[in-house]
Design a protein. Structure first.
Length: 322
């Protein structure tokens, strides 16, 4: 999406900052927006050294059109705006950077419209009422997301974060930021296509899958962004050994900004849709059929069901501790 003249009016150079070329930009959005859940989701899956999340901000390093930089986005209650501080010297590509930031936080959508659609479903209605304004977290870079998703297959989120941090540390470019937690720029597809991922605790099949994706991107055969056709993407990426439908749907949901991606085989989704009845958990195919009325917003139903399940587990944990 291209910026119009009104968008550019809110972007200005902060000449009082010690950081060179720090640009402030204010994003407006249509409420509701549960930004705390958004930050919690991103924090749980963050890459140390590349991303840094606090209770009300998200920061990360970036590389765009060969230029490196970083940004921080601040959130606050009582407003329908978020403010970004962008440290990026190639001002000719600033509009593209701003669009990517907007996409990470799904700021362009009307969440009330999506909530109303999902609330028509008897299963989702109480969840929407409890958790209004959930949005689908996007990503800065589709390749980075794909690496993270591949490493996250059949391991804990914490283990996947450890592995992807090792890749960033070994092959990412060292970066000096005013935000001390940001230390590296994630490696490009070209770098990892030729890199040696052995002795990093990554199993062979996942190493091969990562490098297959890297080569496809580097050679121009695969794009992981909002310009990609979802059906073509799914077909191509599922041909890679070691990448199944769950991973493909997850990448499509966050990397392609596909509002209707649906990783229906996900165990947590199936449990949440079964409302915690582990003795009668829906199968993947049953959930796929159950989710037909949620179209064309199944990605948002996914985030809602995950959030609901997380909440129920927190309640269960507090009951056990008490």
């Amino acid at each position: 999406m291209l910026l119009n003249s009104d968008d550019y009016k809110s972007a200005r150079m902060n000449r009082d900052s010690r950081e060179s070329r720090l640009i402030e930009f204010t994003f407006s959005y249509l409420p509701p927006f549960d930004w705390r859940s958004m930050l919690a989701f991103l924090n749980y899956r963050s890459i140390p050294g590349v991303e840094h999340i606090t209770e009300n901000s998200y920061s990360r390093t970036i590389r765009h059109d060969g230029t490196e930089g970083d940004f921080r986005v601040d959130f606050e209650d009582g407003t329908n705006q978020v403010r970004a501080y962008i440290n990026y010297s190639n001002t000719r590509r600033l509009s593209s950077v701003i669009d990517r930031i907007r996409s990470i936080f799904d700021l362009h959508i009307d969440s009330s419209l999506i909530d109303r659609h999902l609330a028509r479903d008897k299963l989702l209605q109480p969840m929407v009422k409890q958790f209004p304004g959930l949005r689908v977290p996007g990503c800065w870079d589709g390749f980075e997301l794909a690496v993270r998703a591949i490493l996250g297959q059949q391991v804990s989120v914490k283990s996947a974060s450890t592995l992807v941090a090792r890749i960033a540390d070994r092959y990412g470019k060292a970066y000096k930021s005013a935000i001390p937690e940001l230390t590296h720029v994630f490696p490009s597809a070209a770098t990892l296509a030729e890199g040696n991922l052995s002795q990093m605790g990554i199993i062979n099949q996942r190493m091969a899958a990562i490098q297959s994706v890297a080569r496809l991107i580097d050679e121009g055969h695969l794009r992981i962004d909002s310009t990609s056709n979802a059906e073509t993407f799914m077909q191509l990426i599922c041909e890679i050994k070691g990448i199944g439908e769950w991973t493909a749907h997850y990448i499509a949901m966050r990397g392609l900004n596909n509002p209707d991606a649906f990783p229906y085989s996900d165990l947590i989704l199936r449990r949440a849709a079964s409302q915690g009845d582990k003795s009668n958990t829906l199968t993947g195919r049953q959930l796929l059929a159950r989710g037909i009325p949620w179209q064309p917003w199944r990605s948002y139903a996914v985030i809602l069901l995950w959030r609901y399940y997380q909440h129920t587990q927190q309640i269960l944990g507090s009951q056990i501790r008490s």
